[in-house]
Design a protein around this ligand. Structure first.
Ligand SMILES: [Cu+2]
Length: 128
């Protein structure tokens, strides 16, 4: 019982720190600086160099479709939860999606257009 009470007090203290930081910041964004990673999409692959991504990093994936078909880029957590995705990108066009990686883990980039994922259009990104 004492443990439960103690963890509640900690949670309240942490929440008030977060609120204080938010009101001081003023710039609106709660995450760190955004870094852009350029990705190309084609049939049926993603190419690009994600470099090193640490927990807490906010990444903009700038996706250029250099293939002949529509593609998209969706980021999935290690639990398979969608963290964000671009719209469908016509051939020759570009789109971007911004994702914050909160935790260590292996994340996936997939294309959710038609059967592209089953054709192998995915990549993995290791964070931390
Ligand atoms: Cu695709």
């Amino acid at each position: 019982m004492r443990l439960v009470l103690r963890s509640c007090a900690l949670a309240v203290a942490f929440a008030s720190v977060v609120v204080a930081c938010g009101s001081d910041g003023g710039s609106g964004g709660e995450a760190g600086p955004v870094r852009t990673i350029e990705i190309t999409a084609t049939e049926y692959a993603f190419n690009g160099d994600p470099g090193v991504i640490d927990p807490g990093d906010t990444i903009e994936f700038a996706v250029e479709n250099v293939g002949q078909l529509e593609h998209s880029l969706e980021v999935l957590s290690s639990q398979g939860r969608s963290l964000g995705k671009t719209e469908r990108i016509p051939a020759g066009s570009s789109a971007a999606v911004t994702v914050t990686f909160d935790d260590d883990g292996v994340y996936r980039l997939i294309c959710d257009v038609d059967d592209h994922l089953s054709r192998g259009q995915s990549a993995s990104i290791t964070v931390g």
